[in-house]
Write a protein that binds this ligand. Structure first.
Ligand code: SF4
Ligand code: SF4
Length: 298
Protein backbone atom coordinates (compact mmCIF):
# COMPACT_ATOMS: atom_id res chain seq x y z
CA UNK A 1 0.00 0.00 0.00
CA UNK A 2 1.33 3.41 -1.01
CA UNK A 3 -0.41 6.61 0.07
CA UNK A 4 1.44 9.22 -1.98
CA UNK A 5 3.43 9.25 -5.21
CA UNK A 6 5.74 12.23 -5.65
CA UNK A 7 6.64 12.68 -9.29
CA UNK A 8 5.81 16.29 -10.16
CA UNK A 9 8.39 17.41 -12.72
CA UNK A 10 8.32 20.99 -11.39
CA UNK A 11 10.31 19.88 -8.35
CA UNK A 12 14.05 19.25 -8.50
CA UNK A 13 15.19 15.67 -7.93
CA UNK A 14 16.47 16.37 -4.41
CA UNK A 15 13.35 18.39 -3.56
CA UNK A 16 11.13 15.46 -4.53
CA UNK A 17 13.13 13.29 -2.15
CA UNK A 18 12.90 15.92 0.62
CA UNK A 19 9.12 16.16 0.23
CA UNK A 20 8.94 12.36 0.48
CA UNK A 21 11.03 12.47 3.66
CA UNK A 22 8.62 15.03 5.12
CA UNK A 23 5.74 12.69 4.32
CA UNK A 24 7.60 9.83 5.90
CA UNK A 25 7.94 11.88 9.09
CA UNK A 26 4.17 11.83 9.40
CA UNK A 27 4.36 8.06 9.05
CA UNK A 28 3.05 8.04 5.53
CA UNK A 29 3.91 5.45 2.91
CA UNK A 30 5.34 7.25 -0.05
CA UNK A 31 6.89 6.42 -3.39
CA UNK A 32 9.07 9.02 -5.09
CA UNK A 33 10.14 9.01 -8.72
CA UNK A 34 13.50 10.75 -8.54
CA UNK A 35 17.20 10.46 -9.18
CA UNK A 36 18.49 12.21 -6.07
CA UNK A 37 22.11 13.14 -5.46
CA UNK A 38 24.35 10.83 -3.43
CA UNK A 39 24.53 13.50 -0.69
CA UNK A 40 20.74 13.70 -0.42
CA UNK A 41 20.47 9.93 -0.19
CA UNK A 42 23.13 9.84 2.47
CA UNK A 43 21.22 12.44 4.52
CA UNK A 44 18.07 10.33 4.75
CA UNK A 45 19.56 6.95 5.53
CA UNK A 46 18.52 7.18 9.17
CA UNK A 47 15.63 9.55 8.65
CA UNK A 48 12.69 7.44 7.51
CA UNK A 49 9.70 6.78 9.74
CA UNK A 50 6.95 5.72 7.37
CA UNK A 51 7.81 3.78 4.21
CA UNK A 52 9.92 5.55 1.60
CA UNK A 53 10.31 3.91 -1.81
CA UNK A 54 12.54 5.42 -4.49
CA UNK A 55 12.20 4.55 -8.16
CA UNK A 56 14.32 3.88 -10.14
CA UNK A 57 16.37 1.97 -7.57
CA UNK A 58 19.43 3.93 -6.38
CA UNK A 59 22.51 1.76 -6.64
CA UNK A 60 23.33 1.44 -2.94
CA UNK A 61 19.82 0.72 -1.59
CA UNK A 62 18.04 -2.62 -1.41
CA UNK A 63 15.88 -2.93 -4.52
CA UNK A 64 12.42 -4.52 -4.63
CA UNK A 65 10.06 -5.48 -7.45
CA UNK A 66 7.05 -6.08 -5.21
CA UNK A 67 5.57 -2.95 -3.67
CA UNK A 68 4.31 -4.61 -0.47
CA UNK A 69 7.72 -6.18 0.16
CA UNK A 70 9.33 -2.79 -0.34
CA UNK A 71 6.91 -1.04 2.03
CA UNK A 72 7.32 -3.67 4.71
CA UNK A 73 11.11 -3.64 4.53
CA UNK A 74 11.26 0.14 4.64
CA UNK A 75 8.97 0.34 7.68
CA UNK A 76 10.60 -2.47 9.61
CA UNK A 77 14.16 -1.19 9.10
CA UNK A 78 13.32 2.55 9.01
CA UNK A 79 15.30 2.92 5.85
CA UNK A 80 14.57 4.13 2.33
CA UNK A 81 14.45 1.37 -0.29
CA UNK A 82 14.53 1.18 -4.07
CA UNK A 83 11.52 0.00 -6.04
CA UNK A 84 11.43 -1.15 -9.63
CA UNK A 85 7.99 -2.21 -10.77
CA UNK A 86 4.79 -0.71 -12.11
CA UNK A 87 3.49 2.41 -10.36
CA UNK A 88 1.03 1.18 -7.73
CA UNK A 89 -2.42 2.65 -7.04
CA UNK A 90 -2.46 5.04 -4.10
CA UNK A 91 -4.85 4.86 -1.17
CA UNK A 92 -4.85 6.83 2.08
CA UNK A 93 -5.27 4.69 5.10
CA UNK A 94 -3.77 6.56 8.01
CA UNK A 95 -4.18 9.74 9.86
CA UNK A 96 -1.05 11.79 10.25
CA UNK A 97 1.03 11.04 13.30
CA UNK A 98 4.29 12.46 14.45
CA UNK A 99 6.42 11.84 17.47
CA UNK A 100 9.21 14.24 18.25
CA UNK A 101 11.12 11.61 20.14
CA UNK A 102 12.08 10.14 16.79
CA UNK A 103 13.95 13.36 16.10
CA UNK A 104 15.97 13.34 19.28
CA UNK A 105 19.44 13.63 17.76
CA UNK A 106 18.62 17.02 16.30
CA UNK A 107 16.13 18.26 18.82
CA UNK A 108 18.56 18.07 21.68
CA UNK A 109 21.55 19.42 19.83
CA UNK A 110 23.74 21.28 22.26
CA UNK A 111 26.21 24.07 22.02
CA UNK A 112 28.92 22.43 24.04
CA UNK A 113 31.32 23.63 26.67
CA UNK A 114 32.51 26.48 24.56
CA UNK A 115 29.38 28.56 24.57
CA UNK A 116 28.72 30.25 21.30
CA UNK A 117 27.44 33.54 22.59
CA UNK A 118 28.33 35.32 19.41
CA UNK A 119 26.51 32.89 17.14
CA UNK A 120 24.50 34.82 14.58
CA UNK A 121 21.50 32.50 14.95
CA UNK A 122 21.00 33.09 18.67
CA UNK A 123 18.65 36.08 18.41
CA UNK A 124 16.53 34.24 15.81
CA UNK A 125 16.34 31.04 17.82
CA UNK A 126 15.63 32.98 21.02
CA UNK A 127 12.79 34.81 19.31
CA UNK A 128 11.26 31.63 17.90
CA UNK A 129 11.74 29.80 21.15
CA UNK A 130 9.88 32.41 23.15
CA UNK A 131 6.94 32.27 20.75
CA UNK A 132 6.83 28.50 20.44
CA UNK A 133 6.92 28.01 24.20
CA UNK A 134 3.71 29.97 24.53
CA UNK A 135 1.78 27.69 22.18
CA UNK A 136 -0.37 24.87 23.39
CA UNK A 137 0.81 22.82 20.44
CA UNK A 138 3.62 20.65 19.11
CA UNK A 139 5.49 22.75 16.59
CA UNK A 140 7.93 21.30 14.08
CA UNK A 141 10.86 23.46 13.02
CA UNK A 142 12.76 22.30 9.94
CA UNK A 143 15.91 24.26 9.26
CA UNK A 144 18.67 24.69 6.74
CA UNK A 145 20.88 25.94 9.57
CA UNK A 146 21.16 25.39 13.29
CA UNK A 147 23.34 26.09 16.25
CA UNK A 148 26.49 24.05 16.41
CA UNK A 149 25.78 20.72 18.07
CA UNK A 150 28.14 18.73 20.24
CA UNK A 151 27.95 15.64 22.37
CA UNK A 152 28.66 17.33 25.70
CA UNK A 153 25.88 17.92 28.15
CA UNK A 154 26.27 21.59 29.03
CA UNK A 155 23.26 23.61 27.95
CA UNK A 156 24.41 26.15 25.42
CA UNK A 157 22.13 28.96 26.40
CA UNK A 158 18.99 29.76 28.29
CA UNK A 159 16.39 32.18 27.12
CA UNK A 160 13.14 31.62 28.94
CA UNK A 161 12.44 33.62 32.04
CA UNK A 162 9.77 33.45 34.74
CA UNK A 163 7.61 30.35 35.00
CA UNK A 164 9.10 28.44 32.07
CA UNK A 165 11.71 25.84 32.81
CA UNK A 166 14.79 27.21 31.09
CA UNK A 167 15.75 25.18 28.10
CA UNK A 168 18.14 25.43 25.25
CA UNK A 169 17.80 27.63 22.24
CA UNK A 170 19.32 24.83 20.20
CA UNK A 171 16.26 22.71 20.81
CA UNK A 172 14.26 24.97 18.54
CA UNK A 173 15.40 23.00 15.50
CA UNK A 174 13.77 19.60 15.17
CA UNK A 175 14.83 18.57 11.68
CA UNK A 176 18.12 19.41 9.99
CA UNK A 177 19.04 17.24 7.02
CA UNK A 178 21.35 19.10 4.65
CA UNK A 179 21.49 19.16 1.68
CA UNK A 180 17.72 18.53 1.75
CA UNK A 181 15.97 21.87 1.85
CA UNK A 182 13.91 22.84 4.87
CA UNK A 183 11.09 24.20 2.71
CA UNK A 184 10.77 20.89 0.83
CA UNK A 185 10.75 18.79 4.00
CA UNK A 186 8.21 21.15 5.59
CA UNK A 187 6.02 20.86 2.50
CA UNK A 188 6.07 17.08 2.83
CA UNK A 189 5.14 17.25 6.53
CA UNK A 190 2.23 19.57 5.70
CA UNK A 191 1.13 17.40 2.78
CA UNK A 192 1.11 14.48 5.17
CA UNK A 193 -1.60 16.27 7.12
CA UNK A 194 0.33 17.25 10.23
CA UNK A 195 -1.81 19.61 12.26
CA UNK A 196 -0.80 19.24 15.90
CA UNK A 197 1.10 22.52 15.73
CA UNK A 198 2.74 24.97 13.35
CA UNK A 199 5.25 23.69 10.79
CA UNK A 200 8.06 26.21 10.36
CA UNK A 201 10.82 26.17 7.76
CA UNK A 202 13.99 28.20 8.32
CA UNK A 203 15.32 28.61 4.79
CA UNK A 204 18.69 29.93 3.65
CA UNK A 205 17.09 31.69 0.70
CA UNK A 206 13.61 32.41 -0.64
CA UNK A 207 13.05 29.55 -3.07
CA UNK A 208 10.07 28.48 -5.19
CA UNK A 209 8.82 26.23 -2.39
CA UNK A 210 8.47 28.92 0.30
CA UNK A 211 5.09 30.22 -1.00
CA UNK A 212 3.82 26.64 -1.27
CA UNK A 213 4.68 26.03 2.39
CA UNK A 214 2.66 29.12 3.32
CA UNK A 215 -0.24 28.06 1.04
CA UNK A 216 -0.35 24.74 2.86
CA UNK A 217 -0.63 26.53 6.20
CA UNK A 218 3.04 26.54 7.19
CA UNK A 219 5.44 29.34 8.18
CA UNK A 220 8.77 30.35 6.69
CA UNK A 221 11.74 32.34 8.00
CA UNK A 222 14.06 33.46 5.19
CA UNK A 223 17.61 34.09 6.33
CA UNK A 224 19.29 37.21 5.00
CA UNK A 225 16.06 38.98 4.13
CA UNK A 226 15.55 41.86 6.48
CA UNK A 227 12.43 41.80 8.61
CA UNK A 228 11.35 40.87 12.10
CA UNK A 229 11.24 37.10 12.71
CA UNK A 230 9.22 37.71 15.87
CA UNK A 231 6.28 38.61 13.57
CA UNK A 232 6.23 35.07 12.17
CA UNK A 233 2.81 34.06 13.41
CA UNK A 234 1.07 37.16 12.17
CA UNK A 235 2.85 37.34 8.80
CA UNK A 236 3.59 33.66 8.00
CA UNK A 237 6.69 34.51 5.99
CA UNK A 238 9.38 36.71 7.51
CA UNK A 239 13.04 37.46 7.09
CA UNK A 240 15.93 37.46 9.49
CA UNK A 241 18.87 39.70 9.05
CA UNK A 242 21.43 39.43 11.78
CA UNK A 243 22.63 42.63 13.31
CA UNK A 244 24.73 42.42 16.41
CA UNK A 245 23.14 44.48 19.15
CA UNK A 246 24.74 45.30 22.43
CA UNK A 247 22.47 45.31 25.45
CA UNK A 248 23.47 47.49 28.38
CA UNK A 249 22.49 47.74 32.04
CA UNK A 250 21.31 51.13 33.28
CA UNK A 251 22.86 51.36 36.77
CA UNK A 252 20.33 54.00 37.86
CA UNK A 253 17.47 51.47 37.42
CA UNK A 254 19.24 48.28 38.52
CA UNK A 255 18.45 47.13 42.07
CA UNK A 256 21.12 44.40 41.95
CA UNK A 257 18.60 41.58 42.34
CA UNK A 258 20.64 39.23 40.14
CA UNK A 259 17.67 37.87 38.20
CA UNK A 260 19.32 38.55 34.85
CA UNK A 261 22.22 36.26 35.79
CA UNK A 262 19.81 33.32 35.71
CA UNK A 263 20.08 33.31 31.94
CA UNK A 264 23.46 31.63 32.49
CA UNK A 265 24.61 33.71 29.57
CA UNK A 266 28.38 34.09 29.63
CA UNK A 267 28.06 37.61 28.26
CA UNK A 268 26.47 38.96 31.45
CA UNK A 269 28.52 38.73 34.61
CA UNK A 270 28.38 39.88 38.22
CA UNK A 271 30.53 42.89 39.05
CA UNK A 272 32.03 44.01 42.36
CA UNK A 273 29.50 46.86 42.66
CA UNK A 274 26.53 44.51 42.24
CA UNK A 275 25.28 45.93 38.95
CA UNK A 276 25.79 43.17 36.35
CA UNK A 277 28.06 43.94 33.47
CA UNK A 278 27.32 43.00 29.84
CA UNK A 279 30.36 42.05 27.80
CA UNK A 280 31.21 42.70 24.16
CA UNK A 281 30.24 39.12 23.28
CA UNK A 282 26.53 39.92 23.81
CA UNK A 283 24.53 38.97 20.71
CA UNK A 284 21.50 41.02 21.68
CA UNK A 285 19.17 38.04 22.11
CA UNK A 286 17.29 39.93 24.81
CA UNK A 287 16.97 37.06 27.30
CA UNK A 288 18.45 39.02 30.20
CA UNK A 289 16.23 42.02 29.45
CA UNK A 290 13.19 39.74 29.69
CA UNK A 291 14.32 38.52 33.07
CA UNK A 292 15.05 41.96 34.47
CA UNK A 293 12.34 42.98 36.92
CA UNK A 294 13.24 46.68 36.73
CA UNK A 295 13.47 47.32 33.02
CA UNK A 296 17.11 48.15 33.62
CA UNK A 297 18.46 46.30 30.58
CA UNK A 298 17.93 47.77 27.15
S1 SF4 B 1 23.89 39.68 27.72
FE1 SF4 B 1 21.64 39.52 27.59
S2 SF4 B 1 21.11 40.21 25.54
FE2 SF4 B 1 23.32 39.83 25.57
S3 SF4 B 1 23.52 37.72 24.80
FE3 SF4 B 1 23.44 37.60 27.04
S4 SF4 B 1 21.28 37.27 27.58
FE4 SF4 B 1 21.38 37.97 25.42
S1 SF4 C 1 17.67 41.74 36.67
FE1 SF4 C 1 17.73 43.95 36.24
S2 SF4 C 1 17.57 44.89 38.26
FE2 SF4 C 1 18.15 42.74 38.60
S3 SF4 C 1 20.41 42.75 38.66
FE3 SF4 C 1 19.82 42.35 36.55
S4 SF4 C 1 19.84 44.38 35.59
FE4 SF4 C 1 19.76 44.72 37.77
Amino acid sequence: MVEFIINYSGYSEDDKLAIAVGLSMTFRQVLVEARPSAEALEAIKNGVWGALLITPCPSDLPCFKDVEDAVNYSEVYSTPVGYEGPLPKVARRRTSTFNKHYLKPWRWARGGEKMEVGHYLLPLMACLYRQLKLLDAVPIVVSDVRLQPSGVSQPDYMVIPTWHIPNEVAEVVDVYMPPLKATAIALGILTGGYNAGPVIAIAKTRDYLAPKVVEMGGYVVILDEASDPCQLFSRRIVGYSYKRRQYVVDPSLCDKCGECLKTSCPAITPSPLGVPQILQTCTGCGACALLCTRGAIH
